[in-house]
Design a protein around this ligand. Structure first.
Ligand code: UDP
Ligand code: MG
Length: 322
């Protein structure tokens, strides 16, 4: 069905390979060598959409040099570093394929899998995503926190995301168009990919260690990324405060009753500094925490309300030479 219906049957489908690159000069050449080799057997025309996400190294120069020999390469040069989610969105917007593969530049996503993705697409699947069968290349801490995140996320959101599915995937044109129609600025792509629905299937793979260069993520970024994900797809953290508040009020009411009765029977008793301080600090902390959660949503509301573009393109290198 997908991309193969009607008149499209008579021509070879166009497959776009979308890759976001931020300071990846060390892997650019290996990336193309490996992906080129992997796509040879495909019955498809290929285009590369390379998004230069404000790299401060020679990534753009490498891409431009590559483009002089390979006209299938299109380069979208962003005005600065907008982050991977925005860069991917830019890549999807500039892809023209009947199907689009999103892949990391560092070859952690094995390019051989593209052929399997493509075969599944030809069978009618509209989203084919890679599932990391093993996270052996990640640290124990990252594995544990990632596992906890998926559990929490899937418990409090309506549309679960498959654990250990990364961004490495193939999307049918219909899915790409659906994603591009999303007006939101907070692009938690893993969530959006699931949210759109369609016929989805996972293909397990072993994630390799990074070919060269360094990861662009640190724990601070990951925590914020997780916050974006949860707040973008669930209002449970907001609602939970109504319940906490109701529960604490009930407790307070019961305690007040107890105090009144006790005072009536035994008279006034002055000590109680410790219990006073504990309640004060506990409630104060809870209130600040609740306010903080409110702030998280407020801030995001503010960002969305401004309606700024998700990314800004400095220049697109396509079609005619340069
Ligand atoms: N990336 C990007 N913009 C950023 C950070 C990363 O386009 O601000 C790209 C990066 O070049 C790579 C992909 O996103 O192609 C995945 O990044 P990385 O390998 O650093 O993440 P990890 O694999 O460690 O999660
Ligand atoms: Mg990586």
């Amino acid at each position: 069905m997908s991309g193969m219906s009607g008149a499209e049957n008579s021509r070879r489908p166009l497959l776009s390979i979308v890759v976001a690159m931020f300071n990846e000069e060390q892997v650019v050449d290996t990336f193309f060598t490996e992906v080129d080799a992997a796509i040879v057997p495909l019955q498809a025309d290929i285009e590369y959409v390379c998004v230069n996400d404000g790299s401060r190294d020679g990534t753009l120069a490498k891409l431009l040099a590559r483009r002089t020999q390979d006209t299938r390469i299109r380069i979208v040069d962003l005005a600065r570093n907008f982050g991977k989610e925005a860069a991917m969105t830019a890549g999807l917007a500039h892809a023209r394929g009947d199907a689009v593969v999103v892949i990391d530049a560092d070859l952690q996503d094995p390019p051989d899998l593209i052929a399997q993705f493509f075969a599944k697409w030809r069978e009618g699947c509209e989203v084919v995503y890679g599932i990391r069968a093993s996270r052996a290349s990640d640290s124990i801490a990252k594995r544990v926190t990632a596992g906890a995140f998926y559990k929490l996320f899937n418990r409090i959101t309506l549309v679960p995301i498959p654990p250990d599915a990364g961004d490495f995937r193939l999307l049918d044109r219909k899915v790409v168009d659906a994603l591009l129609a999303f007006p939101e600025r907070n692009r938690f792509m893993k969530g959006l990919f699931s949210w759109v629905g369609f016929k989805q299937i996972g293909v397990p793979f072993v994630r390799r260690p990074r070919a060269q260069g360094q990861t662009k993520w640190n724990y601070w970024k990951l925590i914020n990324f997780a916050l974006d994900g949860v707040t973008g797809f669930s209002t449970v953290p907001l609602r939970v405060w109504s319940f906490v508040g109701a529960f604490v009020s009930l407790l307070g009411f019961a305690y007040a009753l107890y105090l009144i009765v006790r005072t009536l029977i035994f008279g006034i008793d002055v000590p109680g500094y410790a219990s006073l301080m504990v309640t004060l600090l506990f409630l104060g902390g809870m209130q600040l925490f609740g306010l903080g959660i409110l702030g998280e949503y407020m801030g995001r509301l503010y960002m969305e309300a401004k309606g700024r573009p998700i990314y800004i393109v400095s220049r697109v290198y396509e079609d005619k030479a340069n």
